[in-house]
Write a protein of this length. Structure first.
Length: 70
């Protein structure tokens, strides 16, 4: 849930869930963090799309749950 300040800035009720993303940028030279960005997004303004890929080693079709191969 948003803090009171976040809710006021985003003009949303404190009861509306938010998505919080924290991104840490690191130096290519020594991999130390050099930048932190925090996003707070009202949940009614975000859509998540996930593309799932089957690993090449995965069996298809799934083995029979009884333990017998068909």
């Amino acid at each position: 849930m948003p803090t009171k300040d976040e809710a006021e800035l985003l003009q949303i009720p404190m009861t509306l869930p938010v998505l919080e993303i924290v991104r840490v940028g690191t130096s290519a030279k020594d991999d130390l963090p050099i930048e932190v960005t925090q996003y707070v997004i009202p949940s009614d303004r975000v859509e998540q799309v996930v593309v799932l890929e089957r690993d090449g080693s995965a069996e298809w079709p799934w083995p029979d749950e009884s333990g017998e191969d068909t």
